[in-house]
Design a protein around this ligand. Structure first.
Ligand SMILES: CC(C)(COP(=O)(O)OP(=O)(O)OC[C@H]1O[C@@H](n2cnc3c(N)ncnc32)[C@H](O)[C@@H]1OP(=O)(O)O)[C@@H](O)C(=O)NCCC(=O)NCCS
Length: 136
């Protein structure tokens, strides 16, 4: 595992923080967590009605608010109201806290582990894990 690359990746996520999030969520219908006017988390979700699937593209909670149940509430909100049966997919950096969070939520590993193309292009080589959740 390339610890330097992983450190850069995590630092990059954290550095984006509020200005990035505000721009990312503007005009979108993703669930957003706020503390006052401050954005403290969001869950990007894309649904495909045709094959009854959805993909979580990103989930982020401000580190100051970790382990307070916000991540779970954001995913609950994103999945609430989507037609069932539904298969939910996501790819997540393997050596971070996120796989444990998703396992606890009920996701299971789905076989594929690779660095996504955009990260490979930028010279960062971090194993990702694909996970999936079947909701009936
Ligand atoms: C992953 C992340 C979204 C979790 O958000 P959170 O608000 O802290 O999660 P919750 O408080 O809802 O946690 C729910 C459960 O998940 C598990 N969990 C969450 N964080 C965990 C960690 N660091 N280690 C182990 N289990 C963890 C626990 O079982 C937790 O329940 P508990 O606190 O009662 O034990 C957050 O850590 C984060 O934003 N990380 C950085 C970005 C990232 O990696 N996003 C995923 C990319 S798709």
């Amino acid at each position: 595992m390339d610890q330097v690359a992983l450190g850069k990746y995590i630092t990059g996520l954290a550095a984006r923080k509020e200005p990035y999030w505000k721009e990312a969520v503007l005009g979108e219908s993703w669930p957003v967590a706020r503390s006052g006017s401050k954005v403290v988390g969001f869950c990007q979700i894309a649904r495909k009605d045709a094959d009854q699937s959805a993909t979580i593209g990103g989930l982020y909670v401000d580190p100051e608010y970790h382990r307070a149940g916000l991540g779970r509430r954001l995913v609950d909100t994103a999945l609430n109201g989507l037609n069932r049966p539904l298969t939910v997919y996501l790819d997540v950096a393997k050596d971070t806290d996120a796989p444990a969070f998703y396992r606890r939520y009920g996701f299971t590993p789905d076989g594929v582990v690779e660095t996504p193309q955009p990260l490979r292009d930028s010279g960062i080589n971090i194993p990702f894990i694909s996970m999936k959740l079947e909701l009936s």
